[in-house]
Design a protein around this ligand. Structure first.
Ligand code: DLL
Length: 432
């Protein structure tokens, strides 16, 4: 079953012709409308007319998250703000988020691709979609919401959290498709068991899980506990949000929607393009976006591109599970966290040293973050009350900067291991 049979099963040759045509238009448009790109292309000695074949994409310079930060908030938009109908944002290292914008047409395209992705999981207009991705600046909630509506399904915009109520409504409403992060789905499964729910007697048929890395082991657990088909969905706010790539029922990687995105895999060290099948960093060029086109955006996500034909009949290449990131970003409960954000908070407090460690663990299937912070020498002998007060202030400040709750553990001076090279700021004990 397809959402858009013609496009999803389009012969590669035709698909590539469509890509080239759209790439040329995009390059022309950003050259005309975005000074940043005009400058970068000129430096690299390329013009819109240089794009004669798809191979010519390799001549274009990469765009990085730093470029987005340097042009904060709207500097890379290719339309005027009067044509922007929505903005989303995700957290970044400096406390300033990465901002993305959408025109009315961009929102329509996104809804189409999210609907296409829901159909990969067997979604139809008869489904009840419980959307437990967060609503707000995060793209997860609204992205899948519009897709489910476009499909004609009944969407329950419940957002994340309030697990017992989620489970009650899941039962009462007869939810058939659950959309949330895989870790939250596992947590729901366990809470449900405690409440005495029998998922085998419920009509749940599919789960669309993404926004953070997970594993085949987790897939098995989720499928068994929730009695559904668990599928992987990929996306990032810079490129669009959820629905950039989606797994089909074959469960062998996610089809990346190549009529809208051109994927490449590069060696993250050298920037060299790798042949299909080799593992490296995913680079994406958007070829239909109006408000915020991105050219050769370095996602930092590590995966590989699978060009093998898929038994489902879709011709769009698949990306394998994301195995990690080439930078230091952590994803905790679906929220992007950079160690440097913690560092910036510590610098505000004279009572602490900027020696810290982020200890991430997964307890009862929920990510937990504990931050070990070294006390300054003069604080060490201070009263317990004062230390508790400091811990509280740190905790509050960290929560407001990171956007998630963390435990703060104050440790004695000089106890966090030092390093001569790069400091190790993160201990990730999660087993996924
Ligand atoms: O997480 C968009 C999304 C929402 C995707 C809901 C899927 C479902 P950001 O907050 O910008 O956007 O985070 C993007 O999350 O670069 C990956 O590192 C990671 N990520 C997203 N999907 C997956 C996945 C949303 N299926 C960053 N597997 C990306 C592993 C994923 N990592």
């Amino acid at each position: 079953m397809y959402w858009d049979c013609r496009i999803e099963t389009m012969p590669r040759e035709q698909l590539q012709a469509l890509q080239l045509e759209r790439l040329q238009l995009t390059i022309e448009r950003v050259y005309r409308n975005v000074p940043f790109y005009r400058r970068r292309f000129t430096e690299a000695g390329v013009k819109p007319s240089s794009m004669r074949t798809l191979e010519d994409i390799k001549r274009l310079p990469f765009t990085t998250k730093q470029d987005l930060r340097d042009n904060y908030p709207f500097g890379l938009f290719a339309v005027s703000m009067t044509d922007v109908v929505r903005v989303h944002a995700s957290s970044g290292t400096t406390g300033k988020p990465t901002v993305v914008g959408y025109t009315e047409q961009d929102i329509k395209t996104w809804a189409e691709l999210a609907a296409r992705s829901l159909v990969c999981a067997g979604g139809t207009k008869f489904d009840v979609v419980q959307n437990a991705y967060g609503y707000g600046l995060f793209t997860g909630g609204l992205g899948l919401h519009y897709g489910a509506e476009r499909l004609g399904a009944a969407v329950v915009p419940i957002s994340g959290g309030n697990t017992q109520r989620q489970l009650m409504l899941m039962q009462d409403f007869g939810t058939t498709i659950l959309t949330c992060t895989p870790s939250y789905a596992l947590y729901m499964a366990e809470e449900g068991q405690k409440m005495g729910l029998d998922f085998k007697k419920m009509p749940l048929k599919a789960g669309i899980f993404g926004a953070e890395p997970w594993s085949e082991r987790m897939r098995r657990q989720l499928e068994e506990k929730l009695d559904l088909m668990a599928l992987d969905i990929y996306g990032l706010s810079e490129i669009m949000g959820p629905g950039v790539a989606m797994e089909c029922a074959e469960k062998q990687g996610m089809h990346i929607w190549e009529d809208h995105f051109i994927p490449e895999i590069i060696d993250p060290g050298t920037g060299e393009v790798l042949p299909p099948g080799e593992q490296g960093e995913l680079v994406i060029t958007t070829i239909t976006k109006e408000a915020f086109p991105l050219i050769r955006y370095r996602t930092r996500d590590i995966t590989c591109l699978d060009p093998e034909p898929c038994p489902c009949g879709r011709t769009h290449y698949r990306i394998r599970r994301i195995t990690g990131r080439s930078d230091d970003m952590l994803i905790i409960r679906g929220v992007n966290v950079f160690p440097s954000q913690v560092e910036s908070v510590l610098l505000e407090f004279s009572e602490t040293e900027p020696h810290y460690l982020l200890v991430v663990d997964r307890k009862a299937n929920l990510d937990q973050l504990e931050i070990w912070v070294e006390l300054a020498e003069q604080m060490f002998s201070d009263k317990v009350r004062q230390l508790e007060d400091l811990e509280n202030r740190l905790r509050e400040r960290i929560q407001s900067v990171l956007g998630i709750a963390a435990r703060v553990k104050l440790v004695e001076p000089n106890t966090i291991p030092r390093s001569e090279g790069k400091a190790k700021r993160v201990v990730d004990r999660r087993e996924i």
